[in-house]
Design a protein around this ligand. Structure first.
Ligand code: SF4
Ligand code: SF4
Length: 176
């Protein structure tokens, strides 16, 4: 475990790590699928420790790279905050899928300024939940979590710590 006061946010580094560790992380995904320990408890404890030492305001990479789903209720709440109608907000900030799902119509998100969310109190559930490491059922989300390994420093550091805690070892490293 990192005992320093912070974990580094080096987005170029974790992107490179992600590319270099594709096969290793695939092995780790399969390894975790058969791991018999209490993964939720381990991951949630790691998440508490690591999230406290990662400054999201110095990162903002999720807001710059994810497509954000928005519920109708959230859109109405935000429209109220911005002093406009739902229709006006939709016209300028949202798209609607064929299935009726609302999404923010730009990546990066409209509301990110200087790496800070300008609608923080009214940010959407998807923003609040990301990267979701506090939730139960991690075992069912290993694949989707690893998709964010090269994007989110919290995920990157947690996965690397988790490899150590679970005594994961890479097989045939030169091919991993
Ligand atoms: S609403 Fe705020 S937290 Fe959500 S993606 Fe946009 S800037 Fe980020
Ligand atoms: S949740 Fe992850 S990607 Fe988003 S700002 Fe925090 S460290 Fe960066």
């Amino acid at each position: 475990m990192n005992n320093s006061s912070s974990y580094p946010i080096d987005l170029d580094f974790i992107a490179t790590e992600s590319a270099d560790r594709v096969l290793e992380n695939e092995q780790f995904r399969r390894f975790l699928g058969t791991y018999i320990g209490n993964l939720d408890a381990i991951v949630q404890e790691l998440n508490l420790q690591i999230s406290a030492k990662v400054d999201c305001t110095a990162c903002g990479n999720c807001c710059r790279s994810l497509m954000i789903n928005v519920t109708r209720q959230e859109a109405n709440q935000l429209a109220d905050r911005l002093g406009c109608s739902f229709s006006a907000l939709k016209e300028t900030h949202l798209e609607e899928s064929m299935g009726g799902q609302l999404i923010i119509n730009t990546i990066p998100c409209h509301f990110l300024k200087d790496n800070k969310c300008t609608v923080y109190e009214d940010r959407f559930a998807e923003c609040r939940e990301f990267p979701g490491l506090h939730r139960n059922g991690f075992r069912d989300r290993i694949f989707s979590t690893l998709m964010h390994y090269g994007r989110c420093p919290i995920v990157y550091h947690l996965i690397e710590e988790l490899k150590g805690i679970t005594n994961f070892t890479v097989q045939n490293k030169e091919h991993a």
